[in-house]
Design a protein around this ligand. Structure first.
Ligand code: GDP
Length: 312
C-alpha cells in the first residue's frame, strides 16, 4: 500500500477497526476513509454501492461486523447471521465492482469445527460440525471467506482472509451481557474490588481453553499481510499459546488487585472446549506478536479505568 493510497476501514469505531486506524495513522497513511453507522449503514446494499461508486477506495479493511460473546451469540443468532451476511456481501461485492485493488476480510477462530484437532490448522475448515452457541455467526463468517475465495477465482479479485483468535484491547465491549470473557472479567473483578464483594462469579467450569491476542498485534499482522500476502489461502492470526478460563480469571484478579474468591456458575455454557490456532503459516511468513497477555491485560485495564464511563 502506498502511503497516499485511499484506504477504507469499515467498522472504524469497533475494537479491530479503531486499532487499524490508530496503526495506519501512526504509519503515515494520509488518505483514510471512515464512515460511522449513522453516515453509512453497511447492511444497506444501495447505500454501500453509492459510497463505493463515489469514493473508489484502493484498499479495504473489512472490520465491520456484529460481534459478541457467548451469551449474545447464543441469544440473538438471527441478528448475527443476518447483519454479518449483509455487511460482508455488500462490501466485498461493491469493492470488487468499483476497482478496489485489495480487500482484507476478517473471519474468526470460531469458524472451525467444534472438535477440531488442536492447534487448529487453516485446512480443517468445513471438516466437522460447528459449536452451537455461535453457529450463526460462524456460518456467516465462513460465507465471507468463501465469497473472497470465489471472487478471487472467478474475477481475479485480490481478497485475503484472516482468522483472528479471541481479541481484546482498547475500545473493547465491557457490557456484561454482550462482551467476551476477557473484558467481562476485568470489569467484574474491578467492580467487586470497588464494592468489596467477597466473590466474583465466572461463567462455566473455568476449564475451557482460549487463546488471546491484543488487537494492536492483530492490526500489525493485518498491515503486514495487506502489504505482503496475496494468496487465496486464509491465514490464522494468534499467539500460538492458550490458557484455561480459570487461569485467565486469576490473571484478571491480579491485574485488578482483587483479593476475594472466584466461584464458577456451571449453569452457564462453556462453549467450545478449546480453540488454539495453528499459527505456523503466519509465523512462517516472518510475523510474531509483540504484546504479552499480562502486559496487554494491564494496559487494557488502564484503558478501561480511563474510559470507564464511556465503556460501560
Ligand atoms: P467464546 O470464545 O465464543 O466461547 O466466547 P466468550 O469470550 O464469550 O467466552 C469464552 C469462555 O469464557 C466461555 O467458556 C465462557 O463461559 C467463559 N466465561 C466465564 N465468565 C464469562 C463472562 O463473564 N463473560 C463471558 N462472555 N464469558 C465468560
Amino acid at each position: 500500500m502506498d502511503k497516499d493510497a485511499l484506504v477504507f476501514v469499515a467498522g472504524h469505531r469497533g475494537l479491530v477497526g479503531s486499532a487499524l486506524v490508530r496503526r495506519l495513522e501512526r504509519d503515515g497513511y494520509q488518505k483514510l476513509v471512515t464512515r460511522s453507522r449513522q453516515e453509512l449503514d453497511l447492511t444497506d446494499q444501495l447505500a454501500v454501492d453509492r459510497f463505493f461508486r463515489e469514493t473508489h477506495p484502493d484498499y479495504v479493511f473489512l472490520a465491520a461486523a456484529r460481534v459478541g460473546g457467548i451469551l449474545a451469540n447464543d441469544s440473538f443468532p438471527a441478528d448475527f447471521i443476518r447483519d454479518n451476511l449483509l455487511i460482508q456481501t455488500n462490501v466485498i461485492d461493491a469493492a470488487y465492482r468499483n476497482g478496489t485493488r485489495k480487500l482484507l476480510f476478517l473471519g474468526s477462530s470460531c469458524i472451525y469445527p467444534r472438535l477440531a484437532e488442536q492447534p487448529i490448522r487453516e485446512d480443517c475448515l468445513l471438516t466437522g460440525p460447528l459449536e452451537k452457541t455461535n453457529e450463526a455467526y460462524a456460518v456467516a463468517k465462513i460465507a465471507g471467506v468463501k465469497m473472497c475465495e470465489a471472487y478471487r477465482r472467478q474475477y481475479g479479485f485480490n481478497a485475503i482472509t484472516l482468522q483472528p483468535t479471541n481479541l481484546y484491547g482498547p475500545n473493547d465491549n465491557f457490557d456484561l451481557n454482550s462482551s467476551h470473557v476477557l473484558p467481562a472479567l476485568l470489569r467484574k473483578f474491578h467492580e467487586a474490588r470497588q464494592q468489596s464483594n467477597p466473590q466474583v462469579v465466572v461463567w462455566g467450569t473455568g476449564k475451557p481453553r482460549r487463546e488471546f491476542l491484543h488487537v494492536d498485534d492483530l492490526a500489525d499482522a493485518a498491515l503486514f499481510l495487506m502489504n505482503s500476502y496475496d494468496a487465496a489461502e486464509m491465514v490464522n492470526v494468534g499467539t500460538g499459546e492458550d490458557l484455561t478460563i480459570g487461569e485467565l480469571a486469576n490473571l484478571a484478579r491480579e491485574v485488578t488487585g482483587y483479593s476475594g474468591e472466584i466461584v464458577y456458575d456451571t449453569s452457564r455454557p462453556d462453549g467450545t472446549p478449546r480453540k488454539l490456532l495453528d499459527v505456523s503459516r503466519l509465523f512462517g511468513l516472518g510475523w510474531r506478536p509483540k504484546i504479552g497477555l499480562r502486559e496487554g491485560m494491564q494496559s487494557t485495564y488502564e484503558w478501561f479505568l480511563a474510559n470507564e464511563t464511556a465503556a460501560v
